[in-house]
Write a protein that binds this ligand. Structure first.
Ligand code: NDP
Length: 381
């Protein structure tokens, strides 16, 4: 679970009184359908004190909910509780890494739920061997992440961070300095790696910017993409990298994507390219990014993911030039928190009542990859 709560205290009033009701997603998947919720949509739920709004529901059913952000170190609360735990609910923002050792220590562990998307913090081969079910809340924050990725693409290309700094910390009106690295996105070749739920949403949002769009995915393009004449499919990430100036990463982290963006792949991009990574930090080589920004091979890097999370104080990315990083927030807007809290409750209700969990939420079940996991993940064999 994310850090304990807002350091400045809970807002006495939220900035907005309500959030829009979303009933479904592109492609027809419905929004979460729990039998009930015990929280106010639009309030903070994803931090430890927000408890995903699950406490009353679980306690009414006679279960104990332990909520903690203490997950590292020899005597962490997570490690102390694991032997007595049936279900671990974690977020990728403040991930409870379920390593082979931890899964072995959790002899009662049956279910791992990601309250968000991306289950790479669970060692999937060990979870399979242990007979566990792994589920995540597919689509709950996909649109949130796509909006954040587009924001960061524009931020980098327009050199927004530096211009903002001239107004705030530098107290200047230095227009020539502020625009000396600023460009328009219009006319540029932009691509995504991974054209799943988030990647497709990014492509759709970028289309009105009059850019040339590209994407790379393992499988053949879907019908809706074949009908899109301005969209180019590249089966190999190297072809994509050499064709675009802006590249946004939207694959899961799994053996085929780990360390994919190394010196060689970043070197295949044109000089002065940009990378945005809201997927997982280990998909890019940490030091290759620093090197490429310093040499000018990359003109900018943004995103919101690090490894591990939270990152150590000596992580090089906060001090590298031309970065526009955020902490892991893209999937945790208050709008998204309402959905992933409701989705988590839906999964728990199904699991406790012995009803099937929706296939789109499943990553591992029945001794193998299942549902969304079977199409989007691989396990090292
Ligand atoms: P989806 O499963 O919908 O899409 C993933 C896509 O990646 C699929 O189209 C899949 O292809 C493709 N893919 C998998 N492996 C490769 C590969 N080797 N090369 C090219 N494409 C590949 O996932 P989402 O779009 O919902 O999410 C993507 C990732 O974003 C998540 O796994 C998570 O890590 C990250 N994320 C980050 C968040 C944040 O807050 N920053 C929040 C939510 C997600 P196919 O299906 O054809 O095999």
């Amino acid at each position: 679970m994310e850090e304990s709560g807002p350091r400045g205290g809970y807002p006495p009033d939220y900035a907005r009184d309500e959030i829009p009701t979303i009933s479904g997603y592109p492609g027809g998947q419905t929004a979460p359908t729990p039998q009930a919720i015990d929280f106010t949509p639009g309030h903070l739920l994803g931090c430890a004190s927000g408890e995903l709004g699950l406490c009353r529901f679980l306690e009414d059913r006679g279960h104990t909910l332990v909520v903690t952000s203490d997950k590292e170190g020899a005597d962490s609360t997570l490690d102390r509780e694991l032997p007595e735990t049936d279900v671990v609910i974690s977020q990728s923002f403040w991930a409870a890494y379920l390593t082979p050792e931890r899964i072995a220590a959790g002899s009662r562990l049956k279910l791992a739920i990601t309250a968000g998307i991306g289950s790479d913090h669970v060692d999937l081969p060990t979870a399979i061997a242990h007979g566990m079910t792994v589920a995540e809340v597919t689509f709950s924050n996909s649109i949130s992440v796509s909006e954040h990725a587009v924001t960061q693409i524009l931020t980098l290309v327009h050199n927004y961070m530096s211009a903002h700094e001239w107004v705030t910390t530098k107290k200047g009106w230095n227009i020539a300095d502020a625009v000396s690295r600023a460009y328009d996105l219009e006319g540029i070749d932009v691509g995504v790696v991974g054209s799943g739920r988030i990647g497709q949403a990014v492509l759709r949002r970028l289309k009105p910017f009059d850019v040339t769009l590209h994407y790379c995915d393992v499988h053949q393009p879907g019908k809706e993409f074949e009908e899109e004449p301005e969209l180019t499919w590249h089966p190999d990430p190297r072809w994509l990298a050499s064709s675009v100036a802006v590249l946004s990463i939207h694959t899961p982290l799994h053996p085929q994507t780990q360390n994919l963006f190394n010196d060689e792949l970043i070197g295949a991009m044109g000089r002065g390219s940009y990378i945005v990574n809201t997927a997982r930090a280990l998909i890019v080589n940490r030091d290759s990014v620093v090197l490429a920004l310093n040499s000018g091979q990359l003109a900018g890097y943004a995103g919101d993911v690090r490894y591990p999370q939270p990152p150590p104080p000596d992580h090089p990315w906060p001090t590298m030039p031309y970065e526009a990083m955020t902490p892991h927030v893209s999937g945790s807007a208050l709008s998204a928190q309402a959905r992933y809290a409701a989705d988590t409750r839906e999964i728990l209700e199904c699991w406790l009542d012995g009803r099937p969990i929706r296939p789109e939420y499943l990553i591992v079940e029945g001794g193998g990859l299942a549902g969304t996991g079977a199409s989007s993940y691989t396990v090292a064999g």
